[in-house]
Design a protein around this ligand. Structure first.
Ligand SMILES: Nc1nc2c(c(=O)[nH]1)N[C@H]1C(S)=C(S)[C@@H](COP(=O)(O)OP(=O)(O)OC[C@H]3O[C@@H](n4cnc5c(=O)[nH]c(N)nc54)[C@H](O)[C@@H]3O)O[C@H]1N2
Ligand SMILES: Nc1nc2c(c(=O)[nH]1)N[C@H]1C(S)=C(S)[C@@H](COP(=O)(O)OP(=O)(O)OC[C@H]3O[C@@H](n4cnc5c(=O)[nH]c(N)nc54)[C@H](O)[C@@H]3O)O[C@H]1N2
Ligand SMILES: [Mo]
Length: 659
């Protein structure tokens, strides 16, 4: 990173980290521009117009914090802390900017607790139960694989740093399988692309497991020595003949056999399990069944073999000392049902919503209910963000946030095995303040500060790393630390399951109990005659969820297969309305064979200015929960699409938004 006069002028990849060495994606290269861009929030604001209108007047920090503290105090006394809901997710995903000083404040207030489930909750539940969060195959080792399965992941948009290693493996002759309802850029290059209907990965994985078990493709010795629960898994897999699975998943006859034979023959064989398969009613079981494959087929124990789920668990940092307050037993609100919580909860109703690191108006299920909640006149909403997001427009008070290059930060690799410190911070934009500063000053105003609380960001860092002082020193001297096994653990050689008995649990009792129908039991497609199309909403290359969306004014199109467009009389470039019971989105249509029939795609993370009528894909997402982990079912959205009379615009087909 280059800095001049306290401003960032260029951002580049860091060669201290072996995975991101010297290259970064285009959207991050644009950061200097973003940091000082015209649309950064510079001062605290107070609402003047109606909620959502975005009419504000600037006020001082003291006025803003006093107003918030006064409300918090009053509500704490009557009707009680549970009427307050902090709403946050990853923000820029640093360890310092959430679950530290913010948690201290809200715990001491006795606020309602939030289940942070919008992403990775089902996969996380599966990974924890089967493998006890065993570290996954590092990206560098993909180069060593002779078979790579990319399952429900679109790395060209969501994480480019795995691609050079896949490319290297391909040059050495590795086979590539992609499982994805659409033909992603990676799927175009694959030897086998299985375009499953969304939500059916579970049955595909079970049919493969059944076939492996029946045709001598299972590694009996490995199963005996390192696994438990095979009988339970076998029983559920038994239900899925190849024919039945292919019919349900919408695959050609022979697909299961092809996958199984390639997977069985390939060694080292690695599976990269993404997040596309978890965002539906079967998501947790799907992730579990996919993660079980290498155990059944005996693909561990060699470099380049195994499975990668999320690697962030390698650095489980105990935040207890940084928070300095035990967790109260107040009610828990699942963030995937915040719309319902804001509009339906009583006893007490939510009267104060404090949003930070999150843009709920655009990113949470049931946008209709979320917006209805944000419109409530009796709800006091604080939005703490670096930009005037669609959510911030509903704020009674809006606070300007310092972004991650403007404050201390500790970040875990996203796929890479590293924990690193942000570069020395530059001067924050305008009057913006860090999360720590804001929550610490609210603690002070409410009289909730205690001696010994970590007072500065440095003290928060020290508290976070208290358990490992050696690491702390290394982090301070090198800026990056790697785990004890380095960056390239071989599963079942260097790292083992963290389950109680050190074995892979193929049929965890906890998951069986939690699953509404029992573990690995498939739930049918929610499509109806009226709403037959499955709407998926993966991420855009140009943004991270909704972050950076303010930089783009153009309006993405809905992607649809010609086989679905024809019977509806729709043509490329038409204006259409996507609709279901929750409402409609108006946009252009792009007709392409890159998506499978029966499925349409409209990306996640859009802002209201990205569609004709301001609504986005989350409008159609139900607020039902995944089978495990209470996750979001974004890809269970079912819709219909029809033309809006008027002139069509054939130019949309030339734009490739998705990668
Ligand atoms: N540029 C960019 N990068 C990002 C993000 C971003 O928005 N933009 N978001 C970040 C975040 S928060 C996350 S969680 C990750 C997510 O990154 P990914 O794991 O790549 O997840 P998605 O983008 O949701 O979808 C990945 C693929 O899953 C497919 N898919 C959808 N439904 C199904 C299904 O039922 N089964 C299968 N097999 N595939 C399905 C989609 O077509 C898509 O190609 O990316 C992170 N990185
Ligand atoms: N339709 C549909 N919607 C989806 C998904 C989907 O598949 N389909 N996937 C979802 C997924 S994977 C995820 S992870 C969620 C993400 O949804 P969100 O958690 O809402 O993530 P972002 O849209 O990135 O918004 C994060 C906000 O935090 C702000 N921020 C960043 N750093 C800081 C900071 O240091 N301090 C403060 N106070 N604010 C900060 C950013 O400016 C931004 O406005 O969206 C989900 N939404
Ligand atoms: Mo996510």
């Amino acid at each position: 990173m280059e800095v001049e006069d306290g401003r960032v002028i260029a951002v580049e990849g860091d060669d201290r980290n072996p995975v991101t060495a010297n290259f970064i994606c285009a959207k991050v290269r644009g950061l200097p521009e973003v940091l000082r861009g015209a649309q950064r929030l510079a001062r605290p604001l107070r609402r003047r117009g109606p909620k959502g209108a975005g009419e504000f007047e600037p006020i001082s920090w003291d006025e803003a914090l006093d107003a918030i503290a006064e409300r918090l105090n009053a509500l704490r006394r009557n009707p009680g802390g549970e009427s307050i809901l902090p709403l946050s997710y990853g923000g820029s995903n640093g360890l310092l900017s959430q679950d530290t000083t913010d948690a201290r404040l809200f715990r001491r207030i006795g606020a309602s607790r939030l289940a942070r489930t919008v992403c990775a909750a089902p996969t996380g539940a599966a990974a924890a139960a089967l493998y006890g969060k065993m570290p996954g195959v590092g990206y560098e080792d993909y180069a060593e694989a002779s078979l790579i399965v990319v399952w429900g992941l679109n790395p060209h948009a969501s994480g480019i740093h795995i691609l050079p290693f896949i490319r290297r493996a391909r040059r050495n002759g590795a086979t590539l399988i992609v499982v994805d309802p659409r033909r992603t850029r990676l799927a175009e290059q694959a030897d086998l692309h299985l375009a499953v209907r969304p939500g059916t990965d579970l049955v595909l994985a079970l049919a493969v497991i059944r076939r492996l078990l029946e045709t001598g493709g299972a590694d009996e010795a490995f199963l005996e020595r390192h696994c438990r629960g095979l009988d339970g898994l076998r029983r559920r897999a038994q239900e899925w003949t190849a024919e039945r699975a292919e019919a349900v998943a919408g695959l050609e006859p022979g697909s299961v056999a092809k996958f199984t034979e390639l997977y069985r023959a390939g060694s080292p064989a690695v599976i990269r399990c993404g997040w596309g398969l978890e965002r539906n009613r079967n998501g947790g079981a799907a992730a579990a069944a996919v993660a079980a494959l290498p155990a059944v087929a005996g693909k561990f124990g060699v470099r380049g073999g195994g499975v990668t789920l999320s690697n962030s668990s390698v650095w489980t940092v105990d935040a207890g000392a940084a928070i300095a307050e035990p967790e109260p037993r107040t009610r828990i609100i699942n963030m995937n049902r915040v719309g319902r919580a804001l509009t339906e909860l009583t006893d007490p109703p939510i009267s104060l919503l404090f949003v930070y690191n999150n843009n709920p108006a655009m990113t949470l299920p049931r946008q209709d209910l979320v917006l209805a909640g944000l419109r409530r006149d009796d709800l006091f909403t604080v939005v703490f963000d670096a930009f005037l997001t669609d959510t911030a427009r509903f704020g009674d008070i809006v606070l300007p946030a310092a972004m991650f290059l403007e404050r201390l930060e500790l970040a875990r690799g996203y796929g890479a095995y590293s924990l690193q410190e942000g570069a020395p911070p530059v001067v924050p934009f305008g009057e913006s303040r860090t999360n720590h500063e804001v929550f610490a000053s609210l603690c002070r105003r409410l009289g909730l500060e205690r001696p010994g609380d970590p007072a500065t960001e440095e003290e928060v860092v020290n508290a976070l790393l208290r358990e490992r002082p050696d690491r702390l020193r290394k982090l301070v001297s090198d800026g990056v630390v790697l785990p004890d096994f380095g960056t390239r653990p071989v599963q079942f050689v260097d790292v083992f399951p963290g389950t109680p008995d050190g074995r892979v649990d193929l049929f965890p009792e906890v998951l069986e109990r939690e699953s509404p129908r029992g573990l690995y039991v498939y739930a049918d497609d929610p499509a109806t005659g009226r709403y037959p199309l499955a709407l998926i909403s993966p991420g855009l290359a140009r943004q991270v969820s909704s972050t950076l969306g303010h930089l783009h004014r153009d309006r993405p199109a809905l992607t649809m297969h010609p086989g679905d467009a024809r019977p509806r009389g729709l043509r490329d470039g038409d204006r259409v309305r996507i609709f279901n019971e929750q409402g409609e989105v108006r946009c252009r249509l792009r007709v392409t064979e890159s998506i499978r029939p029966g499925v349409v795609l409209f990306p996640k993370g859009l802002w209201s200015h990205h569609t004709e009528n301001g609504a986005t894909a989350t409008l159609f997402a139900p607020d039902t929960l995944t089978d495990l982990g209470g996750g979001a079912c974004f890809n269970d959205a079912r819709v219909e699409v029809e033309a809006i009379p008027g002139r069509s615009d054939r130019s949309v087909s030339s734009t490739r938004f998705e990668s």
